[in-house]
Ligand binder design. Structure first.
Ligand code: FNR
Length: 354
């Protein structure tokens, strides 16, 4: 029997298969509120058979958005718009998940097709906040270093957003601690040069991630799983490493994290990343083996047999697909055919199933 189409149970929740939609920013929201674009995009992916449909990085505060066009979850109007989408995803038999995020020093950018680098104040941008006043790259806005009340307010904002997410019907919450955004900025010595309790030692740099995750675990219903996405390495000299990721994953496990979603990079510009099929799978495999908790594999996984093999080799428990699902939103239905597995088709499409 195909591993990819076996259910995955985490706490009290069962995903119908091991295929997850990797979070992908759409840059289509207004004031952080989801609209018809998000319904059709995420709803179509649910129709396509993915077991877990995860939203894009959804900001917990306005200044934590990557761009002014990102989803947010700091008010009730945003929660209400998402609830409609959640309802549709669940009606298709998929599990709705949300990635909660704060972009830190990488906030206040335009959508990729509108330009790159920081948006000026005149163009609707804002001054980002970060662990230290270090810009992401030359020409980017220098962020304001967060003080302790500012850090505590961010933990509260993650908690408020998570409460709203659960009330809206999301069943999986993922904390975004990867790709050079705020929580990752705290982890990496390249972006965190603080001298207080949130900087310096491994324990101090991981403090905020641990506090956010611990706070969320406390307020989430016992039966709902909590994921954390990390960048397993910065791919940069002096940066965050795989060894540190393993050590962090052990702590996350103790704090009640149910799955570590293993990505990489994003902290520094122009990192040399050896891209290739499944290039991040070894991170998921090592973290799974050494930290002893379920992992998600992501990155250049495009083929059903490739996905099947990752699971069969016990390298990961969940396969997250990004761009391949943009190319082919019904990839899971095709993959089931390739692997000879049974997957529920939308009843209205059954005449197309050979
Ligand atoms: C992404 N990615 C991403 N990652 C994340 O954690 N939160 C996000 O909001 C986004 N946004 C986003 C938008 C778009 C358009 C793309 C293509 C990617 C990264 C994504 O989730 C995934 O990790 C990578 O794309 C690698 O996987 P694939 O695309 O090779 O399957």
């Amino acid at each position: 029997m195909s591993r990819l189409f076996q259910p995955l149970t985490l706490r009290g929740l069962t995903l119908p298969n091991r295929i997850a939609v990797s979070p992908m920013c759409q840059y289509q929201a207004k004031d952080g509120v989801a609209n018809d674009w998000h319904l059709v995009h995420l709803g179509g992916l649910a129709q396509g058979g993915a077991g877990l449909v995860m939203t894009e990085a959804t900001a917990v505060v306005p200044e934590g958005r990557i761009s002014p066009d990102d989803l947010g979850l700091w008010n009730e109007a945003q929660a209400e718009a998402l609830a409609r989408i959640v309802h549709f995803i669940a009606s298709q038999g998929a599990v709705p998940g949300i990635q909660l995020a704060h972009a830190g020093r990488k906030a206040s950018n335009p959508a990729p097709w509108k330009g790159s680098g920081s948006l000026s104040l005149a163009a609707g941008g804002w001054t980002p906040t970060a662990p230290s006043a270090l810009p992401f790259d030359e020409g980017w806005t220098v962020p304001t270093a967060l003080d302790e009340p500012g850090i505590l307010a961010i933990i509260e904002a993650f908690m408020d957003a998570a409460r709203r997410a659960v009330a809206a019907g999301f069943r999986v919450i993922e904390v975004h601690a990867a790709h050079g955004y705020l929580l990752h900025q705290f982890l990496s010595p390249l972006s965190n040069q603080r001298t207080d309790a949130y900087g310096g030692s491994f324990e101090n740099r991981t403090r905020l991630v641990r506090e956010v995750v611990g706070a969320l675990r406390n307020i989430l219903p016992e039966e709902l799983p909590l994921f954390t996405r990390i960048s397993a390495t910065d791919w940069a000299e002096g940066g965050w490493t795989l060894d540190q990721s393993v050590a962090l994953a052990k702590e996350l496990k103790d704090l009640g994290v149910d799955l570590v979603d293993c990505s990489s990079g994003g902290l520094v510009p122009r990192a040399e990343i050896p891209l290739g099929p499944g290039y991040q799978v070894p991170f998921a495999a090592r973290i799974r083996a050494e930290a002893g908790l379920p992992t998600g594999a992501v990155g250049l996984i495009t083929d059903a047999e490739q996905a099947e093999q990752i699971l069969a080799q016990d390298s990961a428990d969940l396969i997250l697909l990004g761009r391949e699902l943009l190319r082919d939103p019904r990839w899971p239905l095709r993959a089931a055919k390739t692997l000879g597995a049974d997957v529920a088709w939308p009843v209205s499409y059954l005449r197309a199933r050979r």
